[in-house]
Design a binder for this molecule. Structure first.
Ligand code: 13P
Length: 256
């Protein structure tokens, strides 16, 4: 997948109901340009996906699921599968730290979900990142390697270009604490060198790697200017359509 494209993904988490989501999309659609080198994605709650899929212009804005179950169908009360999301979403988050730490998802779950997404023509955005204690113990690289191997174990080099990796240090999520550019560069270089090790230089070089964690309209340009950052995964700031639009604007400027 082309790394000359910036991918700007808004993860709404468990926020915005059906009407609010629809209104938000209506407002965002007025300002998002169809830009060859900037791809805009929103990840609303599961409940709103179908409504928004009927409203959205996919050339302008794409949709992502925040979660799904890896089996395609069966007796799994309360779950929604990637096969049911097929055609409704183009992307899906996998292995977000809130899934890993609040809902105890393992690397095995993450791996099965990456596979299920690919099997159903949905691009997985595999989230990786260290906690504060892992960072303090100097374990960042080991954690990233383990999460990459854990999540990608069944992905072939032909499938790798369907996958997006998001580096989201857990301590920077929703805390207002920004990772400094140097730390982001180091982490993303470690991610890419691990991908190289697993898949070879050519396949690894094509993978889009995003940064996420307390990104705001003010800090977005700094991250987008880093050569290793191919886009952003935004939580809190994506809930405000003005702030999100302003971040998208920064991506247009960085990709001119
Ligand atoms: P914040 O931007 O609110 O820190 O959230 C980041 C995130 O978890 C996106 O998936």
């Amino acid at each position: 997948m082309a790394r000359d494209k910036a991918l700007i993904v808004g993860n709404w988490k468990m926020n915005l109901g059906v009407h609010e989501a629809s209104l938000y999309l209506h407002k965002l659609s007025k300002v998002v340009k169809i830009h060859r080198n900037v791809e805009v994605v929103i990840a609303p709650t599961m409940l709103t996906l179908q409504t928004l899929s009927l409203q959205v212009n996919l050339r302008q804005i794409k949709l992502a699921a925040q979660n799904f179950y890896w089996r395609d169908h069966g007796a799994y009360t309360g779950e929604v599968s990637a096969s049911q999301l097929r055609g409704i979403v183009q992307f899906a988050l996998v292995g977000h730290s809130e899934r890993r730490y609040v809902f105890n998802e393992s690397d095995k779950d993450t791996r099965a979900k990456v596979q299920a997404a690919i099997r159903n023509d949905i691009r997985p955005i595999l989230c990786v990142g260290e906690t504060l204690s892992e960072r303090t113990a100097n374990e960042t690289k080991d954690v990233l390697f383990d999460q990459l191997i854990g999540g990608l174990a069944n992905v072939t080099s032909e499938e790798l270009d369907r996958v997006v990796i998001a580096y989201e240090p857990v301590w920077a999520i929703g805390t207002g604490k920004n990772a400094v550019p140097e730390d982001v560069m180091n982490a993303i270089q470690a991610i890419r060198s691990q991908l190289k090790h697993l898949y070879g230089a050519k396949a690894a070089d094509g993978v889009q790697v995003l940064y996420g964690g307390s990104v705001t309209a003010d800090s977005a340009a700094t991250y987008l200017a880093l050569p290793d950052v191919d886009g952003l995964l935004i939580g809190g700031a994506s809930l405000d359509d003005h702030a999100f639009a302003s971040i998208i604007e920064k991506a247009y400027v960085s990709k001119k």
